[in-house]
Ligand binder design. Structure first.
Ligand SMILES: [Zn+2]
Length: 646
């Protein structure tokens, strides 16, 4: 397995490199990642090509058994290049240029930059394709992560128009799909097509633009980023046979499609940072979502190794958490774990982004803890490598994300966070859960949860239909089947394409911006609820009723399977899912495991992780501690254990 550190040889005196390499080797680090921000290192001025610094670093580290993942340097176009192309920058929706000074300052559709990209990628690929110490390429860095997918410049307007021509052929079809007869928006010349910049309307989430246009603009922008990544992967494949990866973090791109371009899926994991303080469940969700992008190896290309932020810091991880987060990543069967970063940089925007070593380069607590994490993963590799059992599929879909982000129905509704609520409940109940797209092989799962699948094509609906008829079970939620793929609201009776299989009719709904309803047994209802009329379905639990007296959850026998419709948003779904999983035979029975202990079920073992800052006792049924042979395990705070079947 790859254990790595993100290293920047250009940041440190060359005399220090051997000490760094020796310190890395001592704790089991066998790989460095370099170069992803290094364009001006290899080309200080246009045409002044000099790879010697990276050549020396790669060769020196190789002497310690440490190999290299090489980044293409396109995330940071250097100053000379931006001077050459003054119009390289993105434009925001207010028409402001998003200029030079940080990183990712380029428009994906800028033809000049695309040419420079091809040139530099070819140059890097040719220089290192025959160097055996370079094991893989990382394309760019965190494409889209600086909110840099949607660009409103004139080039993007033209590219969007071309994209619409390819998709629709004629303007009449665009007008029809978007319903432009509303507010006299009918387009009669392609030149009239706009990108959705600011309008006179200053809405809650948007600017009052046409929903069909917004959806297509987001799909186009996602395609633009994809196309830019593809420029690079095509050249890398022509020039070499090394593994190609990318650290996928943006949520403005269809990542299932983006993942097609790479050999391994990369992800950057920062549980606590300036921007995030993730629960253990949410951290797990992010690992599992990344794993769900494609059936390919998962590489963590940046794993948190200290407190981090740019202008302010996120919470400092408690002693033991860095190790536990590494083990949590490893429990997903990852093949690479690269820590960001080796040593904290004294200059630049990331002065507060603490690495394994502090600014002074002295190894302290974090160095020891990461060494322990690596040893523990190595010791338990035979278990960690096994695939997790497939039981429940939680669907996460970008078309639905794009439309809910734009029109969330009620203040406070955030698609991703609402999906995470389902995920967290399943993990607290210790039920194996995979995250994936609608294109997954549904037959592999006992239960498929389709949270807030508002936009569904006929084909997907038919696949879901036949999955249930053949004995599969699904859970539908509010807003199901509400929209067509052109983002028009269906004129069918709701839940639209799901009405027949769910056996219910949605007759009314309540936006609950300020309302919270407490139920003794199931907790708090919030944000949104619907009133169901039961056609062929029955009320799943007679006592679970809306204030209007309608069933909160319905159950319908459909073919050989069951369709549940949860008609409201809840603060937590634990109780509802517990009951539904019992009904579908999906519940788990590993014994008595506290909620805060995450449990990953593999073919003949359980990976147990205590995310709380206190000792926990686990009483297992059918399993025993792999070390002590006992079925009771006392887990230390932030502790880790493997249980094997007994
Ligand atoms: Zn642009």
């Amino acid at each position: 397995m790859i254990f790595g550190a993100d290293y920047y040889p250009e940041h440190w005196p060359e005399e220090r490199w051997p000490e760094d390499a020796a310190l890395m080797k001592k704790i089991g680090i066998n790989t460095i990642r370099i170069g992803e921000f290094g364009w001006s290192v290899i080309e200080r001025r246009e045409g002044e090509i000099d790879f010697s610094l990276y050549d020396r670093a790669i060769s020196l580290f190789a002497g310690y058994g440490i190999r290299t993942i090489m980044g293409t340097p396109t995330a940071t176009p250097p100053a000379w290049l931006c001077q050459k192309y003054p119009d390289i920058y993105m434009m925001d929706r207010h028409g402001n240029v998003r200029g030079y000074g940080s990183r990712r300052h380029y428009c994906y559709n800028h033809e000049g930059y695309q040419e420079e990209t091809k040139r530099v990628v070819k140059m890097v690929a040719r220089h290192y394709s025959h160097n055996d110490n370079v094991i893989a390429w990382q394309v760019d860095n965190e494409l889209g992560c600086e909110d840099d997918v949607l660009c409103y410049c004139d080039r993007c307007r033209e590219a969007f128009t071309d994209w619409l021509k390819r998709k629709y052929g004629t303007l009449d079809r665009v007008n029809e799909a978007w319903g432009t007869v509303f507010w006299s928006q009918t387009y009669t010349e392609w030149e009239q097509i706009i990108v959705p910049k600011d309008t006179v309307v200053d809405g809650y989430t948007g600017n009052g633009h046409n929903p069909g246009l917004m959806q297509d603009f987001k799909r186009f922008s996602s395609d633009s980023m994809y196309g830019y990544a593809k420029l690079q992967t095509e050249i890398l494949r022509e020039e070499s046979s090394k593994i190609i990866t990318h650290n996928i973090v943006s949520e403005q791109c269809d990542n299932y499609r983006l993942a097609e371009l790479f050999d391994t899926i990369g992800y950057d994991a920062y549980p606590y940072s300036e921007w995030d303080h993730n629960s253990s469940g949410r951290i797990g969700f992010l690992y599992d979502l990344s794993r769900g992008y494609a059936d390919k190896p998962l590489w963590i290309l940046e794993q948190q190794s200290g407190p981090c932020g740019w202008n302010v810091l996120g919470e400092t991880p408690k002693t033991g958490q860095l190790k536990l987060w590494s083990q949590q990543a490893a429990s997903r069967g990852i093949e690479a774990l690269v820590y960001f970063r080796w040593r904290t940089c004294p200059f630049g925007t990331e002065q507060y982004w603490y690495g394994i070593l502090d600014h002074d380069g002295v190894p302290r607590k974090r160095y020891q803890e990461i060494g322990q994490a690596i040893s523990s993963i190595q010791e338990n590799m035979e278990y960690l490598r096994l695939p997790e059992k497939k039981k429940v599929l939680l669907v996460y879909d970008y078309d639905n994300k794009f439309c809910h982000d734009e029109q969330p129905h009620v203040r406070g509704f955030v698609y991703k966070e609402e999906v995470v609520r389902y995920y967290e409940a399943l993990r607290r109940l210790h039920i194996p859960v995979s995250v994936g797209s609608l294109a997954e092989d549904l037959e592999a799962y006992e239960l498929v949860i389709l949270p807030f699948v508002s936009m569904t094509g006929r084909e997907d609906a038919e696949r879901i239909d036949s999955y249930v008829k053949n004995g599969g079970n699904i859970i539908l939620t509010p807003l199901s089947g509400q929209r067509r793929t052109d983002n028009q609201i269906t004129t069918e009776t709701l839940p639209g394409v799901f009405r027949n299989m769910s056996g219910v009719t949605v007759v009314s709904f309540h936006a609950m911006e300020k309302e919270k309803i407490h139920y003794e047994e199931i907790g708090n209802m919030q944000l949104w609820r619907e009133e169901l009329e039961l056609d062929s379905a029955e009320s799943f639990r007679k006592e679970w009723l809306s204030p209007e007296g309608s069933a909160l959850v319905s159950e319908n026998k459909y073919g050989k399977g069951l369709v549940f419709y949860i008609s409201c948003c809840m603060e937590s779904y634990d109780r509802m899912l517990q009951e539904i999983c019992k009904e579908t035979g999906t519940a788990s029975s590993y014994g008595d495991i506290p909620e805060c202990v995450e449990c990953i079920e593999k073919s003949n073992c359980l990976i147990l992780m205590n995310h709380s800052g206190e000792k926990q006792e686990v009483m297992l049924k059918g399993y025993k501690d792999s070390r002590s042979d006992q079925n009771s395990i006392i887990m230390e705070k932030y502790g880790f254990a493997v249980a094997v079947s007994s």
